[in-house]
Design a protein around this ligand. Structure first.
Ligand code: MV4
Length: 453
């Protein structure tokens, strides 16, 4: 097992990793920007190294500085968390070349899934269902026309270098294809340095359902059920739940079996998440995330497995200590992202926390690095805290979530707490009958409800 891990991240995830290290008896090194000198992850780590000024490009994305910090502190592994360098295959490679373990999959698997066309082709070869569309990058507008004609409009043009909703263009009918095709390529070139695009049939009201897997270096692959992440706003997840209210046990078992077989064939190692769109009782693979995810705690709540500890163990070469047959999904869990944003227009709300009172009681977990006096910097993303709630049933989970949200006090900045209070009482959320367009379609009634809080 590792003796010392450098945590190449900040905020609540840095703290989450630090806690896993403590539980495993591993020493921790925090890295931080000048803006984060007083941050909780720095205070709680055994050692810390300042790696640069506030802008992430000069600190948390600065591979050279991070590797220097690992060298001078004598770390034996680097945990990238999520965001920042977590899905950068070059960084993973550099970490390994400097003699440290990268806590994540191989650089080859990161690169394969980072290119969305390669990821889709790989999925096909592994027997996973995909959205009908082009199998390769679409090189000219004539090819785009013939593919769109054969699958039927509307179609969606996606960037191979994109992912997570970045660089997508909906094409409602033939008249807009040429214009949107060129716009998509130009945008892709500018955003990702790669103009390659592909075409898919556009699904109008899908749900986003993702399957968590973990694999060790001995070829054991275990699926840990699914999460429903359909509640998103501008491709930012806001609320996630496990299990999905949209699928039954038989459907889940079939999906997870398919994923398990695919990942065994792939020879993948580490944590991973396969994202699917789900519409009209069909699953379609769209992307794979090769990292720990923000919403991992809901899977921990329904499986009882500490995903970060398991991730560190498999990275150190240990075999998984549990089997697929031992996994029992129990109860229901929901995560609300408590962003430092205005709950009415979602604009960032940086500032200093004055009062902080976290909720508690049965079924409540809060993953956050907040404290009175903590600074929410405008330099980083707005995720301030995650409220994770467990219930034996979905109804109990919703009731506890309502209770927890009413107890939660964060002053000094605006947060999404009032938005979540409106969400948890919305009839369609209570019924579980939402899809990826829900937040867009119900913005007005949610905003109206929020005014009451
Ligand atoms: C789609 C789609 C409809 N049809 N693909 C957005 C994020 C990226 N991971 C994939 N996304 C979508 N791909 C086809 N063929 C609709 C979306 C989509 C979406 C997906 C998941 C969660 C929220 C979403 C919001 C808008 C669009």
């Amino acid at each position: 097992m590792f003796k010392k891990i450098l945590i190449a991240n900040r905020g609540e995830v840095a703290l989450r990793i630090l806690r896993a290290c403590r539980d495993l008896g591993i020493q921790t090194v925090a890295v931080h920007s000048t803006a984060d000198a007083e941050a909780m992850h720095v205070r709680l780590a055994d050692e810390s190294v300042c790696i640069g000024p506030a802008p992430a490009a000069k600190s948390y994305l600065n591979a050279q500085e991070i590797l220097s910090a690992a060298t001078i502190t004598g770390a034996d592994a680097v945990h990238p968390g999520f965001g920042f360098l977590s899905e950068n295959a070059n960084f993973a490679q550099m970490v390994e070349e400097h003699g440290f373990r990268f806590i994540g999959p191989s650089p080859q698997h990161i690169a394969m899934m980072g290119d969305k066309i390669t990821a889709k082709k790989t999925a096909v070869s592994l027997g996973l269902p995909i959205v009908p569309g082009s199998e390769e990058g679409v090189r000219d507008v004539e090819t785009a026309h013939s593919i769109a004609q054969s699958i039927g409009y509307p179609v969606l043009i996606k960037a191979s270098g994109g992912g997570g909703g970045r660089g997508m263009q909906v094409v409602p009918d033939m008249s807009l294809l040429e214009e949107n095709y060129h716009a998509a390529r130009t945008e892709a070139q500018m955003a990702f340095g790669n103009p390659e695009v592909y075409i898919e049939k556009y699904l109008d009201f899908p749900r986003h359902i993702e399957v968590q897997i973990i694999a060790d270096s001995s070829g054991n692959v275990i699926t840990l059920g699914e999460r429903d992440c359909s509640l998103q706003r501008r491709h930012q997840k806001i609320w996630e739940e496990a299990p999905s209210p949209a699928i039954d046990e038989t459907t889940r078992a079939a999906l997870c079996d398919q994923v398990r077989t695919a990942i065994q064939k792939l020879g993948y190692q580490g944590l991973g998440t396969l994202e699917f769109l789900y519409q009209d009782d069909q699953f379609y693979f769209i992307e794979m995330n090769t990292r720990l995810q923000v919403e991992h705690p809901i899977t921990e709540m329904v499986t009882g497995i500490d995903l970060v500890c398991a991730q560190i163990r498999v990275a150190a070469g240990e075999a998984l200590s549990f089997t697929q047959d031992s996994i029992r999904l129990r109860g229901h869990a929901i995560e609300c992202r408590i962003n430092a944003e205005s709950p009415l227009d979602f604009l960032p709300s940086p500032g200093t926390i004055t009062i902080y009172h976290a909720p508690g009681g049965p079924g409540i977990r809060v993953d956050s690095a907040l404290y009175p006096g903590a600074i929410i910097s405008p330099h980083y993303d707005s995720l301030a805290a995650k409220l994770i709630v467990y219930g034996h049933t979905r109804a109990e989970c919703l009731a506890r979530l309502d209770r927890a949200l009413s107890e939660y006090v964060i002053d000094g900045i605006q947060t999404l707490i009032p938005f979540h209070r409106a969400l948890v009482r919305h009839p369609k959320i209570i019924a579980g009958t939402y899809h990826v367009k829900f937040l867009e379609q119900h913005a007005d009634d949610l905003r109206h409800k929020e005014m009451g809080f």
